[in-house]
Each structure stands twice: as C-alpha cells, then as structure tokens.
Design a protein around this ligand. Structure first.
Ligand SMILES: [Zn+2]
Length: 420
C-alpha cells in the first residue's frame, strides 16, 4: 500500500492493550484511558499512542517488533519520589518485638537498639560494596513491581564521609541498573549523638553541602522539619545552602507536629513537601495554589501505626498535586507501589484513578521530571504491562504482583509472561 510510504518506522509496538493509561488529563482524577490501544516506541521514547480501530497515519505499526497486550493494561512505570533506599541491615527484631507488644524499655533490656540510631550505626560501618549489594537487591525487587524511577535519600550516615558514601551508592545504582535513581541529600534527617545540634547544623551547611554540591552527588536537598528535629528556620537555612549548589528543595514536614514546615514549602516553592499528617487546611489551600507536590506515604503510617492519618481526601479535593511514594526504609520495609495503592484506596479514600496517577504522574512531578509518568509522544518509554483486564483490579487484588512486563527506555527489562 502506498499509504505505508512516508510512515515512520519504529522499534516496537505494544498492540491491542485492553486499556492504555496515559495519565494525562485534568487534575489528579483523570487517567486518560484509551481502550484497545497501541503504543509505539522509538529510540527509547514513546513515538505515539492511539486506538487499533483508527490505526496511525504517521507510524508504521505493522513492521516493527510486536508485543501483544490483549486483555491487559499498559501504564507508565511507577515513579517513587520518596525512599531511603540505601541502608545497611534491617530493624526486623524491633518490628517483631513491637508486634509482640514489647515496649521500648523491654527491647533495650534485651539489648535491641531501636530507631534510626540502629540503622545509622550499621550504615556507617558498612562498606560501599555492601551497601550497593543490599540496596540493589531492594531496587531490583521494586523494578519487578513496576518501578522505573526511584528517588534515594541519604541520611543514615550523618557524617560527611558516610553521607557521601550513601550518595555514591545511589549514583552507582543509577549507572549499573536499568532503573533511574535520583539522589537527595538528607544530612538533616536527624542529629548525630557526638556533636551539639548547633555544631551539626554548621557541619551540614558549611561542610556537607559544599562537598556534595561540588561532587554533583545530589539533585535535591531535604530536611526533616518537625518537633524535635529541625525548625522551619533551620530547614530554610539548610535548603538555601543546597540551592546555591543547584540542589532543589524538598521537605519532610508535619509528620508528627505542625511547626511551619508546610508553610516553608510554599514560601520556597519547593519541588515537594512530604508526610503532611498535621498540615492545617489553610496551608493545604496554599499548597494547592502553589502547585508544590504533596507526597503521601500510606505504608509508612501503616507500618508505624501512625496515630494521625493524613487527610488525603481533603488535599485532593482542594486540588493539590499529590504523589504516592513507598517511603522504603528500615521502619517501612516495602518495595511495592501496588501495596501503597491498595492502602491509599482502602484507607485514605483515594479513587483508583487518583492513586494510579499519584504513583506515576504525581511521582514525576515530585521529582520535577516532565519527561515521564505519562504515556504521550516524546516522553521516555518507561512502561509496564499489567496482567489484569481493567485498571480497577489494581485496587482489588490485594498484594498480588500484577506486573507482567516492564520496559525501561523502550527495552524489556522484566518479563514475567512465561510464568503466568
Ligand atoms: Zn523520609
């Protein structure tokens, strides 16, 4: 057919998808579903998307590698915008003891060190290679669950040397695995026991940030603004220092108290503000206007039994841009965004559409990435094929890994098809 002449040759076409979730459309609620869809990939990017019935005037759909997605759903790869991926060991003893109802004092009597200090101690003493291998294992599990972009925070070192070590591991994970890893410097995750708070603030601003900045080890700078951690004023100083080295500001805020963290996020027009359990409605309104992305982490609150749930419904209704993230860390050991979506829908009143969009498009917004998180021409071809007939099943199937195939930059990197 003459019509074929002049049509663009592509590398791969996913055909007959029951649904393609473009994750485009208004606000957080519209998924932009295309039924009986094709998605074409060329040079690692999405070359086009459309319906089988209409075909394509510009793309040669038939003369390229074909991937049959009939009866399945195609979605953008998940973007996890909040993890503490790089750490040594676990806190499984502490978790198990808490399940058994043992209080903190009893744990100490048993010689079980609890909380972040335990992880900091283990992480400081681990070699870069040990940290890399442990983190890589977690990350590859995440990839199997459909995650194609992951943010990784430092913060379990709290010395210049160990914070750099964690960030170097993040860079190596990015280079040596299919997943894109973006680093966040979070020296202000807590306070080391060996120096005063004032001295540690000085170390962060005058030593750590310049070193991280000069080595270009992090895209973002973060701090924990909460009662007992860093004040809004201190957080601002830290994040301003990061900005001088091109590190964009993010913030852990309002997780256990409201001391002005979310207001600071508005003031500094941050990339994201994360947790938001205690955020007042007036500040949510300002966040909605400012377009700062709110990052919500249902699995963390579930794992720690948080006594004040964040009000996701309110934030969504006010029009806030929302991302769902795993918060993978020793206190919240989940590698599955699907589990996070299960929790978000059932416990936090997300609609299924909002939850999927927050785990893809929302995650990309929270990392200031406009080249992914959606299925659209020109965007990175990070895609996943789900072995479910309609996207609603993602909320319904509890704990099932529905991911059959994952494509990163247009290449198949996970293929579970043969075992299903
Ligand atoms: Zn965190």
């Amino acid at each position: 057919m003459n019509q074929l002449q002049g049509k663009t040759k592509v590398d791969l076409v996913i055909r007959h998808a029951a649904e393609a979730l473009t994750c485009k459309g208004e606000g957080m609620a519209e998924l932009g579903v295309i039924k009986d869809a094709w998605i074409a990939v060329k040079d690692g990017r999405i070359a086009g998307v459309g319906t089988e019935r209409e075909g394509s005037d510009s793309i040669d759909l038939d003369n390229a590698s074909q991937l049959d997605a009939s009866g399945k759903v195609v979605a953008p790869g998940f973007v996890d915008s909040h993890t503490h991926l790089v750490f040594n060991g676990t806190r499984v003893e502490e978790y198990a003891a808490k399940l058994a109802g043992d209080d903190k004092k009893k744990l100490e009597e048993l010689g079980i060190t609890t909380g972040p200090n335990r992880t900091i101690e283990l992480t400081r003493h681990a070699s870069e290679e040990e940290l890399f291998q442990q983190s890589k294992k977690r990350m590859m599990n995440m990839l199997n669950y459909g995650m194609t972009t992951i943010e990784s925070k430092s913060g379990y070192g709290l010395t210049t040397e160990s914070e750099i070590k964690i960030l170097e591991v993040g860079r190596r994970l990015d280079r040596e695995t299919p997943v894109d890893v973006y680093n966040t410097f979070l020296g202000a995750h807590g306070f080391p026991e060996s120096v005063t708070k004032e001295e540690y603030l000085r170390i962060i601003i005058e030593e750590m940030i310049p070193e991280v900045g000069e080595r270009k080890l992090a895209e973002f700078c973060d701090a924990w603004c909460d009662d007992g951690y860093f004040t809004a004023e201190e957080s601002e100083q830290i994040l301003e220092a990061g900005l001088k080295y091109g590190m964009k500001p993010k913030l852990h805020a309002d997780a256990y108290s409201y001391i002005g963290g979310s207001d600071l996020a508005v003031k500094m027009n941050m990339v994201s503000v994360d947790h938001l359990n205690y955020t007042p409605v007036e500040v949510m309104e300002k966040l909605a206007e400012s377009k700062v992305t709110g990052v919500l982490m249902p699995a963390l609150d579930f794992a720690v039994g948080h006594k004040k749930p964040f009000d996701a419904r309110k934030m969504l209704d006010l029009g806030m841009n929302i991302a769902l993230a795993t918060d993978l860390c020793p206190a919240c050991y989940t590698e599955s965004m699907q589990f996070v979506i299960n929790l978000a829908c059932k416990l936090y009143k997300f609609t299924v559409e909002e939850a999927i969009k927050a785990a893809t498009y929302g995650g990309a917004c929270a990392l200031d990435l406009d080249d992914r998180g959606v299925i659209a021409e020109g965007k990175v071809a990070d895609l996943q094929i789900w072995s479910i007939p309609s996207y609603v099943h993602i909320a319904y199937e509890l704990g099932t890994n529905i991911v059959e195939t994952v494509l990163k930059d247009g290449e198949v990197v996970v293929d579970h098809a043969e075992i299903q």
